[in-house]
Design a protein around this ligand. Sequence first.
Ligand code: TLP
Length: 335
Amino acid sequence: MKTIDLRSDTVTRPTPAMREAMVKAEVGDDVYFEDPTVNRLQAVAAELLGKQAALFVPSGTMANQAAIAVHTRPGDVVLAGRNAHVLLYEGGAASALSGVQIKTIGCGGLFHADEVRAAVHPDEQHHAPTTLLSVENTHNVSGGVVFPLEQIRAAAEAAREHGLALHLDGARLFNAVVATGVSARDWAEPFDTIAFCLSKGLGAPVGSLVCGDEATIKRVHRMRKRLGGGMRQVGMLAAAGLHALEHHVARLADDHANATRLAAGLRELGFRVEPEPQTNMVFFHVDDEMAFLRATRERDLRIDPIRAHTFRAVTHLDVSAEDVEDALERIGQVV
Ligand code: TLP
């Protein structure tokens, strides 16, 4: 039986065409700025997002944390949506490495401008300075929901009124692009820095980019070195990223259609699916998590719980429409 892995879109393996691009990549020592493929990827990413510069980093976590480090000083407060990845899933890096406190606002990962205004501490000695607003789009733990653009713009305006810097955790930015038709450039416009991942739905084996203006990216570059993320002949990985940006963006629509189909099928089987999938994630309620986990694993179906009684199924490059039907059949045997 074929294993169907819906745990995350991080599990994708490079396609034969991507592997070929990787093998053929021209390389050099990137710490000396001499890797032509990395340089090309960074130029393409900066152009796509409408920013002056971009930096290739090993992971989404390093992208976010290097950006947080350059926008803040120890003791500062960073505002972020509830259950933000930067708070929950990055090993405590924001407090351990940057010494900042993350204060969550809003509901379901989203928030409004007035919630930003209300959360900023007064500029007074008792309070820690609030210096950064971090937005996650699409929002992972809320079910891959898209943060509406107008709401981002209003929140960004509120943040600017108080002198906050703005960071976008756009690990799955291109899912938002494909789901809405809004360009990456438009999504990126309100932000000083944007992190996006090549290694999720885009299907590259590794890598993320941080985009922003020249001066900020120069500081992120120094931070990458400090974090041990200075890499050498990584053109082979950058080639995978270039291939992903060229060939794997439009096809994210297939993942979204597969998620919609999976949600419908789960409902037919009696599961409560919430929220309605907007991108490539399906969250559904299960009473007995352990029994469901065991029974699905026995059928070579991998889906993990994301919190009590809630499973997250993520569609991606290595899951076809047939696999979704197959997965539903296996789940049907379980219930
Ligand atoms: N998310 C992973 C796990 O860490 C939970 C996943 O399977 O979804 N921002 C967001 C919104 C993310 O979802 C992730 C990864 C990251 C940042 C971090 O990326 P990596 O794993 O490359 O450090």
